[in-house]
Design a protein around this ligand. Structure first.
Ligand code: NI
Length: 254
């Protein structure tokens, strides 16, 4: 059984068959699923889903693309959603995206800091989106020394992964692991301590090979487990067991 630690089931790509998919997870070998929010609207959706299905958990937060919506009122709504719903287990996904840079960097950083402060206040882990912004991300995190969580869709170097995991962070690997040009992700997956790795689909994006370019869904998480098993010289069963435990530890799920 696997834990998809990052799946956007609220995405419109699932509007036609969402319910059937959500109900199919146990029969597809998916034990648990974390649906992170990307905005106030999608965070509410994630919380609602987590209330309906035992095996689904939620995170609330505004992605860097939605950084402009982050004000005191939105933060207060996130605070209430966390307090009122025990299945909200993290703040995320939050961070910096300098690849698309839909929002000016300074405003992304402001929203990132405000949400890190909320995670610190509520003692919740964070789900970090860091795209081509490693330096600023690490610099800002230094100001929140108690905050830990996961670097989702990990895209940094093996060395950076080693440093992060030594400090107690987790790294999340997506279908990128299976891509033919995935050298960097594979290098990181090969060296980080095995108890710091979580698997994720990031669906509907990042579909693994041989489904690259198609809509992704949580049922494809097994491809990441197979690839990681090869990289680490372990059986798929061992990888399933280890990464499931890691995800539970990360999100504090008993
Ligand atoms: Ni995501």
């Amino acid at each position: 059984m696997l834990f998809d630690t990052h799946a956007h089931m609220d995405d419109h790509a699932f509007d036609e068959d969402r319910q059937a998919l959500l109900e199919s997870f146990p029969s597809q070998g998916i034990a648990l699923l974390m649906n992170p929010g990307c905005s106030l609207e999608t965070s509410r959706h994630a919380v609602e889903e987590a209330r309906q299905y035992d095996y689904i958990y939620a995170a609330v937060g505004s992605h860097p693309d939605a950084a402009l919506e982050v004000d005191d009122q939105v933060l207060e709504t996130y605070r209430q959603l966390c307090r009122e719903n025990p299945k909200v287990r993290a703040i995320g996904e939050i961070g910096l995206d300098y690849h698309y840079e839909d929002v000016p960097r300074a405003l992304q950083q402001k929203a990132f800091r405000a949400q890190l402060a909320l995670a610190q206040e509520l003692d919740l882990p964070v789900i970090i989106h860091d795209r081509e912004a490693h330096e600023d991300c690490l610099r800002i995190l230094e100001d929140f020394p108690q905050v830990r969580g996961v670097f989702h869709c990990y895209s940094g170097s093996a060395e950076m992964a080693r440093q992060l995991t030594a400090k107690g962070w987790y790294v999340g690997f997506t279908g990128v692991l299976t891509f033919k040009n995935a050298r960097k992700a594979l290098e990181a997956a090969a060296v980080v301590p095995i108890d710091r790795i979580v698997l994720e689909t990031d669906c509907p994006y990042m579909s693994p090979e041989p489904f690259r370019g198609k809509r992704n869904d949580p049922g494809r998480i097994y491809r990441m487990a197979e690839t990681l098993a090869q990289v680490r010289g372990l059986s798929v069963e061992e990888i399933e067991k280890i990464t499931l435990e890691n995800g539970k530890r990360l999100y504090r799920i008993p």
